[in-house]
Design a protein around this ligand. Sequence first.
Ligand SMILES: Nc1ncnc2c1ncn2[C@@H]1O[C@H](COP(=O)(O)OP(=O)(O)OP(=O)(O)O)[C@@H](O)[C@H]1O
Ligand SMILES: [Mg+2]
Length: 256
Amino acid sequence: MKTEGVRESASGLDPLAALHGRLLNVSRMATIGEMAAGVAHELNQPLTAIANYAHACERLLARPGSDPAEVREALRQIAAQTTRAADIIRRLRALSRSQQAEHTPVAVNALVEELAELMRTDASLHGVELSLELSPGLPPVSADAGQIQQVVLNFLRNSLEALSAQPSVGPKVAVSTSLADGNGVELTVCDNGPGLSADTAGRVFDPFFSTKENGTGLGLAISSTIARAHGGTVGYRANSPRGACFYIVIPTQADG
Ligand SMILES: Nc1ncnc2c1ncn2[C@@H]1O[C@H](COP(=O)(O)OP(=O)(O)OP(=O)(O)O)[C@@H](O)[C@H]1O
Ligand SMILES: [Mg+2]
């Protein structure tokens, strides 16, 4: 992590803490800038398709005796492409919100408990058993609670989607908290789904990488940006005996 050196020496020194804040902001802006080029490209595809299908509709309707089924298919494509563009924009809102992040002392377990009911409902709709394993006595972290919850929900959603895509006996997701090695609190979501191949494992945090027909591929990229805005990290490890674990590590308050 590029800003780590500054973080270490920042404790108690206001000018350095301010510098740290500015550096975080710069790295956040850089990520958004990097993503903007990709976003422009990704949005251009559905928009071009929408324009083409709209022109096709016009031509079909101008032709005497044209087939309504053809017009219907073109309209269906327009609706589908619009949904895709809207999905991309919806995911990016979370990222632009991270610009005005409010960092306050946060008890990570409380933040997970607040989500428990929502997560249970979501899991049971997918026929998945959800368990929470919250370590007691964790130190508070300095964070934007809503954004950390967003990351947990992104991880959970991916697990539920992975489990639904490959139905198995006894699908399970575990959300856990623990003290991370070194400084920080780790929040982990593990499932017993298909997991990741070595090839995909290296790419899942890239913006727009998705193996899903209707995925924007932004869930994990945004989670990674949120982690970095907190001076933290996200990562993946294989679950045992099978499945995926995604985690976020947030530095404890004393570091920041
Ligand atoms: N728990 C998991 N098990 C298996 N594969 C996963 C898991 N989580 C993520 N992935 C893989 O990582 C890819 C990227 O995930 P990400 O959340 O960034 O995008 P997405 O889920 O495809 O799209 P979106 O989040 O916009 O719906 C997924 O398409 C999937 O291939
Ligand atoms: Mg996702």
